[in-house]
Design a protein around this ligand. Structure first.
Ligand SMILES: Cc1cc2nc3c(=O)[nH]c(=O)nc-3n(C[C@H](O)[C@H](O)[C@H](O)COP(=O)(O)OP(=O)(O)OC[C@H]3O[C@@H](n4cnc5c(N)ncnc54)[C@H](O)[C@@H]3O)c2cc1C
Length: 494
């Protein structure tokens, strides 16, 4: 974090920070990514704490009301490739009538009740004896070489320290990673932010009809006209209400406090302007019932890790020797010039700024992997001994991130980071030296699936660190893994 040389400063006396918790694993950020990491590690016997900035767990899914989980099936909807704590949570929500399932829908499979999800996460944390810190923000940490010794939090009680043998940064913004000085970067052109709200009286107009109202009236009502049609989702058990995704706001870095403040206030104004606009054409009497607690943020920072996942690797279905998660959600990039979705089967969907859509193909059908993979290496920050990242912080280029950023993928990364931390502590190893095959086997024993890993070879192999879709590996055993020395992220990266 750099400071402008001209900036006025005051000096705070160096405080002694009380250590209020000490354990094996401290997770920063309590979305499902962070909570699932914590729970996985706790189930493997670790003493775990999770620190969450907001008053509820769940991150984007609850505080920002982004309430849709995408398909857990592969391309063609034949095989379920994602399970684990994602499905455990779906089952809990189903018992409370708090989820709508769209069976085998190509994109969205589950529409969640954010309030119920937040409560289930509380319960999951309690059942697994994880120590929760809510309304607590990580503001830094103590690092010696590659080892993080403590995380500093600020909460109602003041500044406090949590000491742990291992840390996972699932804050999305890298608030531990960056503040203790590990490398992070931003992709050019961050994906836009949106604010969500619970709304009554949303107009009964189709998407194209709404886009037309916006194109004709936006300027008069001070409403953004480019790629700004709000999207009204449903809420389980609340047919009279809509969970509305507000207009996309481009060029906002939500890790910058002033930009965040401005975006929140401008987004709230835009809901009123939208209501006035549709009201003026007799569309409805729109009322905001509740604002989301947090701005919806798609992207800020990425950790510089042992591997950057690329769009090419993703679209070609490269199977990494250290695959720990997989998915099929398309590369979905929102910008001022519209939204583009690239599917693994070669289709491309383009949505213009005025809301009109068109389908085309971006590649011939011959190469169509059934899913893509996320390697463990993309969660291992360079130079770190006892720190992993998970979720939005994954090392991924703009294209790859457009796909892996969705929650069913982030959830798996969280679980993998939790398992990896337990294995690292058990064996006294650094993060880069954990055996990937064992991470995967432990994940699968805990009901995660990780798609089709047949054909994946071990890391110790000289010739490969990954195989590409369509190639076969003659040395692979029946379970997809060849025999050999235990292999680690360090072997592959070096
Ligand atoms: C408008 C919009 C629509 C989207 N639609 C979908 C969709 O339909 N389906 C889908 O799957 N994905 C969707 N996404 C993407 C998805 O929501 C995110 O990519 C995903 O939630 C990222 O998960 P995460 O755990 O990495 O980050 P987050 O969910 O952002 O979680 C990070 C957590 O860390 C906490 N935190 C941050 N800093 C600190 C700190 N210093 N100390 C303590 N805690 C901290 C935050 O409060 C938060 O709880 C959408 C995103 C947006 C913005």
């Amino acid at each position: 974090m750099t400071r402008d040389a001209r900036q006025d400063v005051v000096f705070e006396p160096s405080p002694e920070i009380p250590v209020v918790w000490e354990g094996d694993l401290c997770v920063i950020g309590g979305s499902c990514t962070g909570v699932f990491a914590a729970v996985r590690a706790a189930r493997l016997g670790l003493r775990v704490a999770v620190v969450e900035n907001h008053t509820i767990f769940g991150g984007m899914a609850t505080a920002a009301r982004v309430n849709e989980w995408h398909s857990t099936y592969d391309v063609g909807n034949q095989n379920q490739i994602i399970a684990g704590l994602t499905m455990e949570m779906v089952q809990r929500l189903t018992k409370r009538d708090a989820v709508i399932e769209r069976a085998r829908h190509e994109r969205t499979q589950y529409v969640l009740d954010p309030a119920a999800l937040a409560l289930e996460l509380d319960l999951l944390i309690r059942e697994n004896a994880v120590r929760p810190f809510l309304a607590a923000r990580c503001v830094g940490g103590k690092r010696e070489g590659g080892v993080v010794r403590a995380a500093f939090i600020e909460d109602k009680s003041g500044r406090r320290a949590l000491r742990a043998r291992f840390f996972i940064d699932a804050s999305g913004d890298g608030d531990l990673l960056r503040r203790v000085g590990f490398e992070a970067y931003q992709n050019e052109q961050l994906q836009p932010v949106n604010l969500q709200a619970v709304v009554a009286g949303f107009p009964e107009l189709s998407g194209p009809e709404l886009s037309e109202v916006i194109q004709k009236n936006a300027e008069k009502f001070g409403y953004p006209s480019a790629n700004s049609t709000p999207w009204a989702g449903r809420l389980p058990g609340m047919p009279e209400l809509r969970n509305v995704f507000g207009p996309r706001m481009n060029g906002v870095d939500a890790s910058d406090a002033d930009q965040l403040t401005e975006a929140l206030m401008a987004s709230r104004r835009s809901f009123r302007n939208f209501g006035d606009m549709v009201g003026s054409v007799g569309g409805s009497n729109l009322r905001v019932v509740a604002w989301a607690q947090a701005l919806g943020v798609r992207e800020t920072w990425h950790a510089r890790c042992l591997h950057q996942l690329t769009g090419r690797e993703l679209l070609e279905g490269v199977k990494f020797t250290d695959s720990i998660a997989c998915g099929k959600y398309p590369i979905d990039i929102h910008s001022e010039t519209g939204t583009s979705l690239r599917y693994l089967d070669g289709r491309e969907e383009s949505i213009a700024p005025d809301g009109t859509g068109a389908w085309s193909r971006w590649r011939e059908e011959s190469l169509s992997p059934t899913c893509y993979h996320v390697p463990y290496r993309a969660l291992v920050p360079r130079g770190a001994e006892n720190l992993l990242v998970a979720g939005r912080l994954v090392d991924a280029d703009r294209e790859a991130f457009g796909a892996v950023r969705v929650m069913v993928n982030c959830n798996q990364m969280g679980e993998a980071a939790g398992v990896a931390s337990a294995l690292a502590l058990r064996d006294g190893r650094a993060v880069a030296d954990v055996n990937a095959k064992e991470i995967r086997e432990t994940l699968i024993a805990g009901e995660l699936r990780i798609g089709d890993i047949r054909g994946v070879v071990d890391w110790g192999h000289d010739d490969y660190d990954c195989i590409e879709f369509g190639r076969s590996d003659p040395q692979a055993g029946s379970d997809g893994a060849s025999a050999g020395e235990p292999a680690t992220a360090r072997d592959v990266a070096e």
